[in-house]
Design a protein. Structure first.
Length: 229
């Protein structure tokens, strides 16, 4: 459950981020964080990319540096940030060395982008607190969107289990959770029911479901896929 603890930490405390590597993924992360009101320092080894980020105003500040050099990171103040995102995904050596440098520099929370499972394992070994696979997750999300449009939100607990928010299936309308026997029939648990402005947490077994509401369930991806959605 390390990833959940990590994400909870971000939601509660983090206000300053450094993004190393300003390709498409790094720019997207930087720009979104900046729009949300956080302080963001963007860095890249290419001066032209840094200039473009400043011109597009998708970071609080941006500088050119070689992140494989610990002194460059230290002089730029990277080690003072709450969270550092290593968004270098296509250059394995630079990605791994940068992640190691940042962790050895004392940064508490380091997120690193990986391009493969082997890459991800190496990043974990050098200290990454959270490894992400943007291309893989984007592909999965597209597949779910195309085949399961009733899934509104999804949080992967691990490769095999998720928490998802879905529209209550037509088949479940007017029936209680107990009557549907969801735990035994589908091997899922209902965490909440309701709508965006009001949710009922841990609904009682006698709670009737409504097709105009959503339900939040937890279970294995295989079992969730069996729901009539």
């Amino acid at each position: 459950m390390g990833s959940l603890n990590f994400l909870n930490h971000l939601r509660r405390e983090t206000r300053q981020f450094a993004v190393i590597g300003l390709g498409r993924f790094g720019r997207a992360v930087s720009g979104t964080l900046y729009k949300l009101g956080y302080e963001v320092l963007g860095t890249d080894i290419k001066e032209s990319i840094v200039a473009q980020v400043l011109n597009d105003k998708i970071a609080s500040s941006a500088i050119q540096l070689d992140s494989t050099q610990p002194n460059a990171l230290k002089e730029a103040g990277i080690f003072e940030f709450d969270t550092v995102i290593v968004a270098i995904g296509n250059y394995l050596e630079e990605s791994i060395v940068t992640t190691l440098n940042v962790k050895e520099g004392g940064v508490e929370w380091v997120v690193a982008k990986a391009s493969s499972k082997v890459h991800g394992k190496l990043l974990e070994r050098v200290g990454a607190d959270l490894v992400v696979f943007p291309e893989y997750h984007a592909g999965c999300e597209l597949a779910y969107t195309l085949t399961k449009p009733a899934i509104l939100e999804r949080f992967d607990l691990d490769p095999d289990h998720s928490i998802v928010e879905i529209w209550v299936p037509e088949e479940f309308h007017g029936k209680t959770i107990e009557e549907l026997n969801l735990r035994n029939r589908y091997k899922i648990n209902v965490l909440a029911t309701g709508r965006e402005d009001q949710f009922k947490i841990n609904p009682a077994p006698q709670e009737k479901l409504d097709k105009n509401l959503v339900m939040v369930v937890i279970g294995s991806n295989k079992d969730i896929q069996q729901l009539p959605i």
